[in-house]
Structure formats: C-alpha cells, structure tokens
Write a protein that binds this ligand. Sequence first.
Ligand code: AKB
Length: 316
Amino acid sequence: MGKKLVIGSSGQIGVELIESLSTIFGASQVIASDIKPSKEIKTQGVDYISLDVLNKSKLLKVIKEHNISEVYLLAAMLSALAEKKIESAWNLNMQGLFNVLDLAKEKHINKVFWPSSIAVFGPTSPKINTPQSTLLEPSTVYGISKMAGERWCEYYFLKYGVDVRSLRYPGIISYKSPPGGGTTDYAIEIFHAAINNQVYKSFISENVSLPMLYMNDAIQATVEIMNVDRKKLTVNSSYNISAMSFNPKELTKEIQRIFPDFRISYEIDFRNEIALSWPSIIDDSIARNDWNWNPAYNLRKTTLEMINGISKQLAN
Ligand code: AKB
C-alpha cells in the first residue's frame, strides 16, 4: 500500500482532511500538496510539496518519488469565484481532474477521491428531496464543471476501471481554515460576525435554504467512501450527501440562542441567484443505504461547535 496525496491541502477541506488521514494512517503515510503551504499543515508532521495539479509531469514525479497510491483531488475553483474567472475555473476544475484520472488510467495510482457538489443541480432540478438521479441543468461555471467531471469519473470507471469515488458536497461549515469563493461561505462568515459583536450583512436572502454539512461529517464521509468495499457502491459518478438544510433566517435564530443581541441585515448580490438555482433539501438515501452514511451534526450541534471553536481560536 502506498501513501495518500492530498492536492489542495491548504484549503478549507484539505487542512482538516490531512489532520484526519494522518491520525488514521500515520503522518508518514500522508503527503500534503498545494500551490501555497498552510501554517496548520506544518505543525502536523506531514510532508508538504509545492504542486500545481495542472503540471502533470510534476504530479507524476511526485507520485513516483513518494510511492503514492491514492490521490484526494481537492484543488478547485468554487462557485462564486468561478463566475468571475470563467476560463481559469474551467481549466483548473477540468484539466486538474483529467491529469489525475489519466494517471490512474495509466496505473500510476490505484484510487482517486474527487469532490463534486450540489452545484451540479440547476433551476430545473427538483428543489425538495432532490433525488440522486434527476435533471441536471446547472447554470454556473462551477456547476457545469462538476457535472461534466461526474460524467468523466463514471466514464473512466466504466471504460478503464479507474477506481474514482466522489461525493456531492453541500455547503461545508468549519472554522479551522477559511473557505474561499463559495456561495455557502455566508454560513461561516455569519459565526465570525456574531462572535465579534458585528451585524452580519448577508448576501443570501433570508428564506433561501441550502443543504449543509459540518466539516467533521464531511471528512467522515470522505474517509468512509474511500475505504468501503467498491462492490457496495451503486453510484459510479457522485453521491448526494447532506445532514441539514437551513436558510439565513433560521441560522440567525439558532445563533441568537447563544448571542441574543446578534443581528443580521441583507445586501443581496449575484450569489443569491446561484443559491436560488440549487436544491433546498437533497435526498441522500442511496449513500445511507450503500455505505451507511449517517451524519452526526445537525444545526444545533454545528452552531455550538462553531461558536466554541472560533471562540477558542480567538482566545489563543
Ligand atoms: C460553493 O458554495 O461553491 C461550495 C459548494 C456548494 O460546492 N461550497
């Protein structure tokens, strides 16, 4: 068994995935890589390599030199930023995936994790209990790249036997490392405002609900799907997963249980349009049946964890 390479290790999910993989498999079994290092990874005893996933020859060199057997490809441009940088988003999100899938096809690696997103759904997809398989007409650059990526993952699995596994991440809430360029980022920013006694100016309108996951559940799901017997997986593209759904109004109410004076105001921008095109509640029953997906964090527990976590960070 070779080592695990996380590409995009300095991002919101990368930092916490590195922490979890090194706890489970040992720091020597994990390699972090990104175009810029993060402080957090330096302290975890995990080797860091500077790597741009678009540089396929360097990627191959790293895979060979470090005896990599699994790649977690987290480097991507998220929904809001991708609307402003169409070409580079498409290039990073698609070419990055092809580089990794091709190296798996050529048997340089055995297994790949690639995250998709609820952004694959669009205005014509059902909004409530959005099924695993339904009309996919995404209206964002990011969503189009994720939808195409899902099709390519399934194609590489069926045609070339590439063992690529994927989850459609909803909004992921965490405090250890900031998110960047997403539409669901509001659900993180709001906690920082509340703890700092500020009014939060939401760019999403009060009644727009989106599916969400607390980071611990997202990491758990990622580790689980990568380690389950492939024969149990009935979805070869990407699984719907979620733990809760809420809108800014409901999140504000929950935060006000702890900070009664907390206030939100609304200054809607283009990200509201993106949020409106996504599902409110998704049906993740196939993940629950296939590999016992069972999230632990609801809105109340997430709120407590966020407030405790950010407060501790500030105190340090
Ligand atoms: C985003 O908001 O772009 C991401 C996502 C839902 O994939 N968090």
